[in-house]
Design a protein around this ligand. Structure first.
Ligand SMILES: *Cc1c(COP(=O)(O)O)cnc(C)c1O
Length: 373
């Protein structure tokens, strides 16, 4: 008999989630007007030490609205890591901005200050910081560049719930910072997102854009176009329960990382995630591995072989400068970023969900050793 398939992610919802969602149904508060929205926004803002939290329908639309609200002049350049999710580039393109990619560090998989410095031009107006897979970007030198060149900072902290940089919470570093609550994130609401800021005027704009730019005095008369990106009370109820358990979630994720590290310590044909840097300990949003040069096949083939053995995986991000849709628009055409290109082809992640058992971690690690033997 074959062992059951191990999915790449399974969330854990066994705290107050069911009680809070039931409360929404009992009280009839299921829309975006319900009381859990404020509670969730305040909990997320407090966790990152920010003044305002604006709940939205997902992390991608959070980026859209955050970028839009900064009001950068059309055609301005914004520096992004090429190794990220399409949401980052899409938000810029939709706002009429020009994404300029930078390579990642081969060990942390994050954008570097050297890359950013080389990408700054007289047309640069902002930097989008994206923390990748469990370690934050080394922020200090990049924030110094932002100050030096008077650039806005958008921080995509979608994968960084509960992570800190030199002791300060991720989500506290951008003029606007965003989170996602997709089911594989450390805090999930099924679908959902949050925008954080300390700027009162910006917060008011974000709230308006989230709600179709309805006006308090004349509801159906619009001065600007917005989005319907309102989160429901049902989702926020889940979110409040998930934030309550975040410290425990981070502990479980770190333990998953430690167990994989122990199992895979003798396997020298892969690069494993860095457990720590001088500025942060990994929170293992996912446990990613990168095949070394001597492995005669790529991530796609490795994932196929693991799938045959009942192990769920996901490929790493595909570089923004290699996206057909962006290239057809004439964007990021003359870029080459060898570190990101390498990990995009040779990297993938193992089952990393919160409900993973020790036995499943051992089986996943053994299967990886087998296919690389
Ligand atoms: C998940 C993720 C997003 C998108 O969030 P959704 O809620 O899925 O739209 C954006 N940026 C990063 C880095 C992510 O990991």
């Amino acid at each position: 008999m074959t062992a059951p398939f191990i999915p790449v992610n399974t969330p854990l919802l066994d705290g107050n989630e069911a009680d809070y969602v039931a409360e929404c149904i009992r009280t009839g508060w299921i829309s975006s007007e319900g009381p859990f929205i404020k509670r969730f926004e305040q909990a997320m803002a407090a966790a990152a030490g920010r003044r305002h939290g604006i709940a939205v329908t997902n992390g991608s639309v959070g980026l859209d609205i955050a970028v839009h609200a900064l009001g950068l002049e059309t055609g301005s350049e914004v520096i992004i890591p090429t190794f990220t999710i399409i949401s980052c580039a899409a938000a810029l393109v939709r706002a009429g901005l020009v994404p300029v990619g930078v390579d990642c560090d081969p060990a942390t998989w994050n954008m570097t200050a050297a890359g950013v410095e080389a990408a700054v031009t007289p047309r640069t107006r902002a930097i989008m910081l994206v923390h990748i897979y469990g370690l934050p970007v080394d922020l200090d030198p990049i924030l110094a560049l932002a100050r030096k060149h008077d650039l806005k900072v958008i921080e995509d902290a979608a994968e960084m719930h509960g992570q800190t940089y030199r002791g300060a919470p991720c989500g506290s570093f951008g003029d606007v910072s965003t989170f996602s609550f997709y089911p594989n994130k450390h805090v999930t609401t099924g679908e959902g997102g949050m925008i954080l800021t300390d700027d009162d005027a910006l917060a008011a704009r974000l709230q308006s854009y989230r709600n179709l730019c309805f006006q308090p005095q004349q509801r159906f008369v619009h001065e600007e176009l917005g989005w319907n990106a309102r989160m429901t009370n049902l989702q926020a109820a889940l979110g409040v329960a998930q934030v309550e358990r975040l410290p425990r979630t981070v502990e479980i994720k770190r333990r998953i990382g430690r167990l994989y590290d122990e199992h895979l310590a003798g396997l020298n044909r892969i690069r494993r995630p860095l457990p720590r840097t001088s500025y942060a300990d990994n929170i293992y949003w996912v446990y990613g591995v990168v095949l070394n040069e001597d492995v005669p096949f790529d991530a796609k083939e490795a994932m196929r072989r693991l799938g045959e053995r009942g192990i769920g995986t996901r490929p790493f991000f595909w570089c923004m400068h290699e996206q057909p849709v962006l290239r057809r628009m004439g964007l990021m055409l003359n870029e080459s970023h060898p570190n990101a290109e390498y990990i995009a082809r040779r990297g993938f992640y193992l089952p990393s969900g919160l409900a993973l058992t020790d036995g499943e971690i051992a089986r996943s690690a053994e299967a990886l050793e087998e296919i690389l033997a």
